[in-house]
Ligand binder design. Structure first.
Ligand SMILES: CC(C)(COP(=O)(O)OP(=O)(O)OC[C@H]1O[C@@H](n2cnc3c(N)ncnc32)[C@H](O)[C@@H]1OP(=O)(O)O)[C@@H](O)C(=O)NCCC(=O)NCCS
Length: 360
């Protein structure tokens, strides 16, 4: 089997190059059609699309995301070819400090007969090389799995292990219908809107609250000062009413950011608790619980049925907090990172044993 990767993304079409033995040309106006056709066929057996629970991704929306990636000038897309036949596809988006694999969470998308190894590995190699050409240190990916699915049976999880990515485990949890309550777990806590402290102070609270999670988790949205500013700023423009600061007497001690509706899921029933944090010196005083109640109350008050919050399994405190407040897990994300250059991102993401993975 001869495999080659053909770069087809519009921005970087001139970088199209032979990856392996056979050279196959794809006509420009057919590129997108072929790309999306392979994506669809490769995703058809994904356990997600057999799952019809409320938060399972919707095939059409995922396909739209693949198309958006194809047209995005900051992304690059590849089709891996075998003797003129397309075997799989992958998109990769240029980020500020790392490249993000996949338009959704199930890429590389490889046709069943080309799994698990070679075609996917060619795609991952191509993405890694491209990230280096872009001056980035490597690639990062999230793989989401429905609850109950054993990651060891998933070919793309195995692929990432074979390829040698380091792994951290992530769980994403969905809020149960917990009741609105005005009785906060810590009755001393008072809440003020973001405008009371200003966006700068709010972002500073996020950075200080999340400093400790750096030790076990890489998340650019809370560790990168630029993103810490950009994400709340964006939400601030559209939904400042859902951003709260917790006060004990006159001291700001924690924060929470909500978003309803959730932009990605577009679920009319569900609001997101996007960021929650308490300053280290004020922890374990039921301030986190109170912030979670406040955020949930805000979301329910807007007419939504659920609140939704994500966390890492390695984040013991937040996992216990969410369980304790009646949230139950809906799906798991696997988060991979492969770094080849020495840059300022955490190096303590230990490789895990594939056999240690288990379903939720
Ligand atoms: C997660 C976080 C918000 C919790 O805030 P907090 O004010 O310390 O939490 P609370 O005092 O309200 O604790 C509520 C429950 O959470 C759990 N919990 C909190 N801290 C814990 C810890 N260190 N270990 C185990 N469980 C913990 C407990 O079940 C606790 O209930 P209990 O007091 O009845 O035992 C806080 O640790 C934090 O800001 N962490 C850093 C930022 C972060 O990781 N945010 C979450 C991202 S998903």
């Amino acid at each position: 089997m001869h495999l080659k990767v053909l770069a087809v993304n519009s921005l970087l079409r001139d970088l199209e190059r032979e990856y392996s033995v056979i050279r196959t040309k794809i006509a420009e106006n057919e590129d997108e059609e072929l790309y999306l056709d392979v994506w669809k066929r490769a995703q058809a057996d994904s356990p997600w699309f057999q799952d019809h629970r409320p938060y399972a991704p919707i095939f059409k929306e995922e396909l739209d995301a693949a198309q958006a990636a194809f047209r995005d000038s900051n992304s690059k897309c590849w089709i891996v070819m075998d003797d003129g036949n397309a075997a799989g596809v992958l998109a990769c988006r240029k980020g500020k400090d790392i490249a993000r694999l996949g338009s959704g969470d199930r890429e590389p998308a490889v046709l069943p007969s080309y799994r698990p190894a070679s075609a996917g590995i060619k795609l991952l190699d191509a993405a890694l090389e491209w990230s280096i050409e872009q001056g980035l240190p490597g690639v990062f990916t999230l793989l989401k799995l429905p609850p109950g699915i054993d990651p060891r049976t998933q070919w793309h999880v195995e692929l990432c292990f074979q390829w040698g990515m380091k792994l951290t485990r992530l769980a994403v949890q969905l809020g149960a219908r917990i009741h609105k309550t005005e009785e906060y777990a810590n009755p001393q806590v008072r809440f003020k809107g973001v405008s009371y402290v200003g966006l700068d102070c709010f972002c500073d609270l996020i950075l200080r609250s999340f400093e400790s999670t750096r030790k076990f988790e890489y998340d650019p949205f809370v560790h990168d000062p630029f993103k810490v500013r950009s994400v709340p700023s964006r939400i601030y423009e559209t939904e400042p009413d859902g951003m709260f600061v917790a006060y004990i007497r006159d001291e700001p001690v924690g924060l929470v950011v909500t978003q309803a509706p959730i932009p990605v899921f577009k679920d009319p029933m569900c609001g997101l608790i996007a960021v929650i944090g308490v300053l280290p010196e004020y922890r374990e005083k039921k301030i986190g619980m109170s912030l979670l109640q406040k955020a949930h109350n805000y979301i329910i008050g807007k007419g939504y049925g659920y609140s939704f919050v994500g966390t890492s399994e390695s984040n013991v405190a937040s996992t216990a907090l969410y369980h304790g407040m009646g949230y139950h897990p809906v799906y798991r994300i696997l988060k991979f990172v492969k770094v080849i250059k020495d840059v300022n991102i955490p190096r303590d993401l230990l490789p895990h044993n594939f056999n240690e993975l288990c379903p939720l």
